[in-house]
Design a protein around this ligand. Structure first.
Ligand code: B4P
Length: 189
């Protein structure tokens, strides 16, 4: 199964994706995590990404696409994958479609994890990661509304979009995700 999880910063994409990937026995590909690892390793990609992430901006499509295509080419992605935080722009979504279709394995589902801005701002305040400062969070929410939300129409138009309420406890949200998957697909493991 090939699955994409979309949502504003702090919606719980990372939290839910790791649980869902374990449940579905799929590799979990988080572009946020991959970029943070590149920054920690001080690689050329990490140094370039840092200047965008620290300002709350999206990392340019070319850099992200290169990184993701290399990861998708690894053998563990042949049976499927859960993409967390990717795509984040329509251009990334088009590139992902072209990549997957070229290999005869189109995307199965895009799930929007919906959480109001006020609640994500409160969650991020509690988490306190380096890019969770209030001014940076405002910028990340702006990037979500302008660059990422258009993806919802993109996937809706292809009949692939499902929306899941991301409010409530982590367990409640997880159960909603599992139910959405069960309704959209034949039963999983
Ligand atoms: P990400 O790592 O994707 O960061 P995020 O959007 O903040 O995370 P997420 O929604 O996964 O939140 P989490 O589960 O941790 O991206 C970081 C940056 O990398 C981006 O801003 C961008 O610059 C760059 N980037 C990444 N991908 C890119 C791409 N494709 N293109 C360009 N740039 C890209 O949850 C947040 C907090 O809420 C946690 O503390 C958690 O404990 C809490 N929480 C979760 N669920 C909860 C619940 N139900 N109730 C209460 N709290 C909850």
């Amino acid at each position: 199964m090939r699955l994409v999880l979309i949502g504003p910063p702090g919606a719980g994409k990372g939290t839910q994706s790791s649980r869902l990937a374990a449940y579905l026995r799929l590799p979990h590909l988080s572009t946020g995590e991959m970029l943070r690892e590149a920054m920690a390793a001080e690689s050329a990609l990490g140094r370039q990404a840092r200047q965008y992430i620290e300002r709350g901006q999206l990392v340019p499509d070319e850099l992200v696409l290169d990184m993701v295509c290399q990861r998708l080419a690894q053998p563990d992605c042949r049976a499927g994958m859960l993409l967390d935080g990717f795509p984040r722009t329509v251009r990334q979504a088009e590139a992902l479609d072209a990549y997957l279709q070229g290999r005869g394995m189109p995307l199965d589902l895009a799930i929007e994890l919906a959480v109001p801005d006020q609640e994500v701002a409160e969650r991020l305040q509690k988490r306190g990661r380096h890019d969770d400062r209030p001014d940076v969070v405002d910028q990340r929410l702006h990037a979500y509304w302008t660059a990422t939300r258009p993806l919802l129409d993109y996937y809706r138009g292809r009949g692939l979009l499902r929306t899941v309420d991301g409010r409530g406890t982590i367990e409640e949200v997880f159960q909603r995700l599992v139910q959405t998957l069960t309704c959209s697909h034949p039963p999983h493991p």
